[in-house]
Design a protein around this ligand. Structure first.
Ligand code: SAH
Ligand code: F3S
Length: 470
């Protein structure tokens, strides 16, 4: 281990000259996906339990955590640059502990300590649940630490995350990914798939409901390949959660076309609390590219799955992820993706330019041969197409009535309220502030490709359900 260029500190030594010990402050800066967001909520819970308080100013924090993403190069570079920019703040406050967690930490480990001289801790994607102990160890020993060895270990600890909202919250149901999509770094940074027992998840969701939560989003890299050590699958989990009194809405992400089974589709149809949105990443509409990506389905199979799903779940919205400019992708092959997008009529999509990631099969064995300007042009064509489909689909919503879970004041218009439909569309409407936290019916009056405008049909909020029995 490398030695830090600074005097040793005792862990319980007050950091301020004031006689009264002031609470130490943490600042967590999060990049990337919902799983990272939730990992940050868990780290926040762990730090709060140790008496730390939150600050949003990283320069004055006692502990700064950069929770990073390396799925694409841009996200990785942004996180590292921001961490590097903390150097002068740390020179002014040498007691500050700077940590990096998440996928960049897991992927690069010790190399980060060499690259960033003021970085103290590198914390892996399953070791982060020991964050307070690692900070403590560092403060006592004064040695910079790399903790990335738990990558394939089960993560069956009960945590108390500090969630961003008191109404809707993320719940991890599984960790890791056993697929080997050739472009993707996630299996390397998040390890082997491991599913939490159904009872653990149910227990966590019940506890959330008693605190007032009404909606959960189940998180996993491939939620429909959820399989516990006692052979309970995703359908079993959905049924178990659907039976929780006081829980109104269940969402889940991400589903993998490879793992779509009749049982999953049937459970979604049978469980009335499971919301009407399916996120089913397609990545490409061309079979040769899908084979090179090792996605384990072709475009025909994907179409079939969507058809099957829509037959049983006709009201669902459909969203996806797409990569353009994968190595060797030709113009014609890219146009097959456009055709598939037109045919599927996605409600929305996350669209990316291929970004080679060292350690993935595609980066290590294929040349990134689609020029950047071609990738950019393809991405723009795809975005334009998807935006026009999203706008068209939202125009079709005119006059329809939706159930919305009201989250609070609208971001851009504090006089209005915002919430999401069962199909996961954001709705902005005028209403009584007492509606916040309730389900209300709204009628769509307009909108853009991203947001629906509506008027409340429910004048008064419906009475809250009785507090659930515990
Ligand atoms: N199973 C996860 C995938 C995580 S990565 C999930 O479905 O959420 C999220 C998305 O990022 C992928 O679906 C893919 O579209 C995109 N992505 C992953 N690796 C990429 C890369 N090397 N270049 C560009 N986009 C990538
Ligand atoms: Fe990545 Fe494919 Fe798994 S996109 S997370 S390797 S399903």
């Amino acid at each position: 281990m490398l030695r830090p260029p600074r005097p040793r500190l005792r862990a319980n030594q007050p950091h301020k000259t004031d006689n009264r010990r002031m609470a130490e402050k943490y600042c967590i800066i999060t990049y990337g996906c919902q799983m990272n967001e939730h990992d940050s909520e868990i780290m926040e819970g762990l730090l709060r339990r140790r008496g730390y308080e939150r600050t949003t100013d990283e320069r004055t924090a006692d502990v700064v955590v950069f929770n990073t993403c390396c799925v694409r190069e841009g996200a990785e570079n942004r996180a590292i640059a921001r961490c590097e920019s903390l150097r002068s703040a740390k020179e002014h406050n040498p007691r500050m502990v700077v940590a990096m967690s998440g996928c960049v930490a897991q992927d690069q480990g010790r190399r980060l300590l060499e690259r960033i001289p003021h970085l103290d801790l590198v914390v892996g994607t399953r070791d982060y649940i020991h964050l307070p102990e690692l900070i403590q160890r560092y403060l006592v020993d004064g040695e910079r630490l790399v903790a990335t060895e738990d990558i394939d270990k089960p993560l069956s600890v009960n945590t108390v995350p500090v969630r961003q909202s008191g109404l809707r919250g993320f719940v991890n149901i599984m960790y890791g990914c056993n697929n080997r999509c050739t472009f993707c770094i996630v299996p390397k940074t998040r390890g082997e798939e491991w599913s939490r027992p159904v009872d653990d998840v149910v227990h966590e969701v019940r506890a959330m409901v008693t605190q007032g939560y009404r909606e959960v989003t189940l998180l996993g890299q491939n939620v429909n390949s959820y399989m516990t050590e006692t052979r309970e699958d995703f359908a079993d989990l959905l049924h178990a959660l659907n039976g929780i009194d006081g829980l109104w809405r269940i969402r889940y992400t991400t589903s993998n076309p490879k793992s779509c089974r009749d049982r999953h589709i049937g459970a979604v149809a049978d469980c009335e609390k499971v919301m009407e949105n399916l996120h089913l990443p397609v990545q490409s509409g061309n079979d040769r590219i899908l084979r090179l990506m090792k996605r384990a389905y072709n475009a025909k199979r994907y179409r079939y799955l969507v058809e099957l799903f829509r037959e049983q779940n006709p009201l669902h919205s459909l969203t996806t992820d797409i990569i353009v400019g994968f190595p060797t992708e030709t113009e014609e092959e890219f146009e097959e993706t456009l055709r598939l997008v037109e045919e599927m009529r996605y409600d929305s999509a996350f669209m990316f330019m291929y970004s080679p990631r060292a350690g993935t099969v595609s980066a290590d064995t294929m040349r990134d041969d689609v020029p950047l300007r071609v990738k950019k042009a393809r991405l723009q064509r795809l975005i334009d197409l998807q935006e026009s489909i999203s706008a068209e689909k939202n125009r079709e919503e005119l006059g329809r009535v939706h159930e919305v879970l009201v989250e609070g004041p609208a971001k851009k218009d504090p006089e209005a309220l915002q919430g999401r439909t069962r199909t996961d569309k954001m709705v902005v409407f005028r209403g009584n502030p007492r509606m916040v936290g309730n389900l209300v019916q709204v009628k769509v009056t307009g909108g853009t490709s991203h947001t629906l405008l509506a008027e409340a049909v429910t004048r008064e909020p419906e009475p809250l359900e009785a507090a659930p029995a515990t």
